[in-house]
Design a protein around this ligand. Structure first.
Ligand SMILES: [Zn+2]
Length: 297
């Protein structure tokens, strides 16, 4: 039994805002055309000790024992493709910045009307406000399901794939805002009183960043994150799924306002992107034009 054709699950990672241990709840299902029925696993636990690197996955499945091996293989594919967005954006910057665990942003899905409607120009699909949003004052990420549904149709993409792209984009904004270097993460974990001082500084920097740069950097990190997923995917179907995600990212980018377009920056080495963000954070580089000159030098 080795089905060639299958659908990856409609996985939506949910983070519990105040849950320090890093539990993630959600319902996953994997549908195989060969089985002709659905298997589901109901709970995935991120083991806190393994939070940075790997998953501890507990599975429940419905189906005979004969499908177990295939089910586990498909689950591995799921884990290689649908990883938590914060892991992916942290890896996009080689973990140079990571989220302090107890200050990690929260994420929620909204069924309400998005803040922005679809533009009359179909080539002007903004991500922020229509598909998702990062709110710096609350460190909250919102995913707009209605906006995702409409745009997924336009892009001929699955809602799950588009949701994952939007999650990465919003988590990238959050990482640029409150991501800390390793020593600072340790320091804040030891002494929580440091957070108030640091957040004041981080708010000031983030709120003063050029709006074009906000979007370029979020898009560059999203794209880098997708490349990390692809490089780490060992199962052919997982690689194909990540290729499909990259295709959705590119189709969306082509129909987005110019600030979201990063064609000029996709081949820039990762270390140069990281150095440029360090320069922006230190005040050694200011504005989108200066950033572009430095990274494309
Ligand atoms: Zn954005």
């Amino acid at each position: 039994m080795s089905p060639r054709a299958f659908d990856l699950p409609g996985a939506t990672w949910r983070s519990e805002r105040r849950n320090v241990s890093g539990w993630i709840f959600g319902t996953r299902s994997i549908w195989s055309r060969d089985w002709g029925k659905c298997c589901s696993f109901s709970r995935i636990r991120l083991h806190p000790a393994l939070l940075r690197r790997s998953f501890s996955v507990s599975l429940e499945y419905h189906g005979g024992m004969d499908v177990k091996a295939e089910f586990l293989r498909l689950s591995d594919i799921c884990v290689q493709v649908r990883r938590p967005p914060w892991h992916i954006v942290e890896e996009a910057v080689d973990n140079h910045w990571t989220f302090p665990v107890i200050h990690r942003p929260s994420e929620e899905e909204s069924n309400k009307q998005p803040l922005l409607g679809l533009s009359k120009h179909p080539d002007e699909i903004a991500i922020d406000g229509l598909l998702g949003l990062y709110t710096p004052s609350t460190h909250g990420i919102t995913i707009f399901r209605r906006g995702i549904s409409r745009v997924a149709e336009i892009l001929k993409a699955s809602k799950d794939d588009l949701t994952q792209i939007v999650q990465l984009h919003e988590w990238a904004h959050a990482l640029l805002h409150i991501g800390l270097e390793r020593e600072d993460c340790v320091s804040v974990a030891r002494d929580q009183s440091q957070w108030a001082e640091r957040i004041g500084w981080m708010d000031k920097w983030f709120n003063g960043l050029d709006p074009v740069l906000h979007e370029r950097l979020a898009q560059v990190l999203t794209h880098r994150g997708l490349l990390c997923l692809k490089n780490q995917a060992s199962i052919p179907e997982a690689r194909a799924s990540v290729d499909r995600l990259i295709g959705v990212f590119e189709r969306l980018m082509r129909r987005s306002p110019s600030a979201y377009r990063i064609d000029k920056f996709v081949d820039i080495p990762k270390n140069r992107i990281i150095s440029s963000i360090c320069l922006l954070k230190s005040g050694g580089l200011i504005g989108a034009d200066a950033w572009e000159t430095v990274v494309t030098w």
